[in-house]
Design a protein around this ligand. Structure first.
Ligand code: MEV
Length: 307
């Protein structure tokens, strides 16, 4: 079974995406969905196989810039495994490029599988640091939140820095969320680059938006502490407005957010990089109704518990 496979967790960001790239806080938690990987010795050459995503690739130079193959090449180099012939098999439980931390989860799963197979003795900090290198290849200027959640598999408050501030969060009760999938790829790298461009042109203007998101995130911590879901939903709704100000929303995201609010969600916003990808809706009572409304409109929806 896939139980003995190495795992990296997918994640949702409750609040703080994008602002977290600029040193503000983010609240994130692992998803019950993971990416699993297994490594075996091969006869000749290294191959990467991800049947569920239709990927079957032979490691050859040069890999497409930004691709996981490029990350894999770097990993094998860093781990001193470039000369080995390895068969790397990946079984994802989640859709790719949906803003659910798939790239970080993939990196963590493969690093752990390499560690196991080749008995490298990596600790979590090294796994996380290597996955961060892969995230730089995939995203340019990541904050490190995705690889941190993918590695530790735990709800946390995250702030980047040297070293990053990581505060584990113990939620009183798990949060019932509906995840709506927009069906178009999350353009995290492109969205992060767009926000950077805008920030470079008008730093003061964008710093104010990041500060505003940070205030919402810190109020959300208080709301989580008090398990005040009404307040938390309100903060999520306002945060969606700020993300819209950053221009990382999309028509599908707006439709999903609207559907969720109309069908009884306490709050709804995009999660992750945006430009497509996923929406989260806080639904203590009407989860099934919200999920159905999303499906009726042609989207995929998952009901999950956060934390
Ligand atoms: C992506 O899941 C979250 C972003 O804030 C990028 C990052 O933190 O690296 C958009």
């Amino acid at each position: 079974g896939t139980q003995e496979w190495a795992a990296g967790h997918g994640k949702v960001i409750l609040l703080g995406e994008h602002a977290v790239v600029y040193g503000r806080h983010a609240i994130a938690a692992p998803l019950p969905l993971a990416i699993r990987a297994r490594v075996e010795d091969a006869r000749d050459g290294t191959t990467l196989l991800i049947p569920r995503w239709g990927i079957e690739q032979r490691l050859q130079q040069p890999a497409r810039p930004g691709s996981f193959l490029q990350s894999l090449t770097l990993l094998l180099e860093r781990l001193g495994l470039s000369q080995r012939a390895l068969h790397i098999q990946v079984a994802p439980e989640m859709p790719r490029a949906m803003g659910l931390g798939g790239s970080a989860a993939l990196a963590v799963a493969v690093i752990r599988a390499l560690d196991r197979h080749c008995a490298l003795g990596l600790d979590d900090a090294s796994v996380c640091a290597l996955a961060f290198e892969c995230e730089k290849i995939a995203h340019g200027t990541p904050s490190g939140v995705d690889n941190t959640v993918a590695t530790h598999g735990q709800a946390l408050l995250y702030r980047r820095g040297e070293p990053a501030t990581i505060r584990p969060l113990a939620l009183k009760q798990p949060l019932p969320l509906v995840i709506g999938l927009s069906g178009s790829e999350s353009l995290t790298a492109r969205m992060v680059a767009r926000v950077r461009q805008a920030w470079l042109q008008h730093p003061a203007r964008y710093e104010r938006i990041f500060d505003e998101i940070d205030v919402l995130t810190r109020h959300a911590l208080d709301a989580l502490e008090a398990h005040d879901l009404g307040e938390l939903g309100e903060l999520m709704n306002i945060c969606q407005g700020q993300l819209n100000a950053l221009q990382v929303s999309s028509p599908e995201i707006e439709e999903l957010v609207q559907l969720a609010r109309e069908h009884g969600a306490l709050g709804a916003k995009l999660t992750g990089g945006g430009g497509g990808g996923a929406v989260i809706a806080l639904c203590p009572d009407n989860g099934a109704r919200v999920a159905r409304a999303m499906r009726d409109a042609g989207y995929q929806a998952l009901e999950v518990c956060f934390g």
